[in-house]
Design a protein around this ligand. Sequence first.
Ligand code: ADP
Ligand code: XUL
Length: 516
Amino acid sequence: MSYALGLDASTQSCSALVIDPTAGTVVAEASVNFGERLPAYGAPSGFIPDGRGGEVHADPRMWLDALELLLAELAEKCDLGRVAAVSGAGQQHGSVYLNQDWHDAVAALDPSRSLADQLGPCLSRATSPIWMDGSTREECREIADALGGDAEVCARSGSVAIERFTGPQIRRFAKLDPDGYAATARIHLVSSFLASVLCGADAGIDRGDGAGMNLLNIHDWDWDPDLLEATAPGLRDKLPAALACDTVVGCVAPWFRQKFGFGAEVPVTVFTGDNPSSLVGMGASRPGRVVVSLGTSDTFFAAMPGVVSDPDGCGHVFGNPGNPSGGAMSLQCFINGSLAREAVRDRLGMDWEAFSRALEETPPGNDGNVMVPFFRAEISPRVDTGGPLMHGDEDFEDWRQPARAVRACIEGQFVNMRARSRWMKLAPEVIYLTGGASTNDAIAQVAADVFGARVQRLEISSSVALGAAMRAAAGSLDTTIAELEAAFHSQAAGKAITPREGIDYDAIEAAMDALL
Ligand code: ADP
Ligand code: XUL
C-alpha cells in the first residue's frame, strides 16, 4: 500500500511521520532537535539567543541541514519509495528572504552537495526572524496608521498588526536594509520555503499559514493591496501565490529521490503552519473540538463556524487547512509556554519528574500563592513585566518554596490562557491536549482543573506531523480527512483526566490582574 509523509519544522525540532492511510497506522517516525544535533548554529532552543531590541532570529541553513538529517534517519526506518504523497508544516510567521538566484538554484540541486551549501548563497537576509521576535512595535504602528487603525487591519487580516507577524517583519527589514530588501526576489514563510526546497520549485503559501502575515485578506483569502502597500514597496512581486489548502505545489525533487529513495512523481501538497496542521492532526478541523498545544509556545485553538475576532487585539483568525472550501480557525498564542516551564524547573534545580511531584503534592489553588509566569515579554496579553511576578507568602515570593513555585507557574499559565481565550466564547467540555508538555499528567490535571473540562490526549502525539500526513493523503490519495480521522483518532492515549471541582480560579485570575 501507499504511504503518506508529513513533515513538521517547528521551533526546536524538525520531525517526520510516515502513515499507512488505509491501515490507519504509523509506519515510521523521526525527529531532529536543532540545538542537540546542530550545535554549530548556536541555537540551543532553535533560535539565536540574546538578539537586540527584541529580535529573535534563526539561520534557515539550520532547517535545511535538519531536513537532510531527518530524511536520512527516516530512510533507515522505512522504504521512502512507498511514499505516494507528502505535505508539511512550519512554525508560523517566520520568513526567509531570497535573492534572484533562488529560482534557478532550487531547480538545479546537485545531490553531491548539501542543501545549505547550495541555497545558503541565495539568502538575501542571512537570518530569519521567527515568531518569538518582538522587534517591530514601530512598524506595527505605521501599518495600522496607514490603514486607519488597528480595527481595520484586524477586520482585513484577522489580527491587528502584531510584532511577530511577517508583514511588520518585512517592513522592518525594508527600513533597516533597503539594499537587502531590493535584492530580495522572493519572501517565503518557513512552510513555503521548505515545500519549495522539497519540490525543487518555488511553492505557494497556504491560506491557513498566510493569514499569520498581516498581509492576507481573510474575506477573499488573497493578498490585500492596501496592506501590501502599507508594508513595503514592490512587495506583491516578492510574495508567492496564496493557495487553497489542497493545492499540489509540485513533486518531490530529483535531489531527494536520489538521496533518500523517493519515487518519481510523488505529489507535494502545499505546506501549512504548525498550529493549523495540528488542528487537522487532532481531528478538530470541523467546529466542535478545542485544542490546547503545549509546545515551545502554548496555543489554544479551534475551528470556527464563523469569523470572530478578538476585541483585545491579541487573538488571531487563520485559515483552516482541513477545509478546502474555506473556513477559519481562531487561535490564541502564548510566548511563555515550555521555555517558561523550563525556566522554573531549572531555577529550582529539578527534572520533569520532580516538577510533576511538586504539582502533585501542592493543593489546587496553591493556598493563595500566585505567579504571573512571564519570563519573556508576553504576547497574550501584550505586556513586558520584566520577569515573573509573585504574590503570596514572603518565602514564596523569594522562591524559597519550590513546590509552590511550580504550581503557581502552571496555574498562572492556564488561568491566563482561560482569560485570554474567553473572546472565542467556547465552553469546552473536553480539551484536546497536544505538544511536548502534554504527556505530563500533572500538567494536564491543572489544565483540566482550570478549564473545568476533561482533558484528552490522542494516541499519536505528534499532531503537527500527523496533520501534514493526513492532508497529503487526503490531497493525493484516495481518501478524505473524515475517513482519516476515523482511522487515526479512534484511540485516545490513556484515560481522560477529569477536573476537580470547588477551586476558585476566578480569585487567582483577579490576583494576577492585580499584579499586572
Ligand atoms: P515545538 O514543536 O514548539 O518545537 P514541542 O511541542 O516539541 O515544541 O515541545 C517541546 C517542549 O516540550 C520542550 O521544550 C519541553 O519543555 C517540553 N517537554 C517535554 N517533555 C516534558 C515533560 N515531561 N513535562 C513538561 N514538559 C515537557
Ligand atoms: C502562533 C505562533 C506559534 C508558532 C510556533 O501564532 O506564533 O505558535 O506557530 O509554534
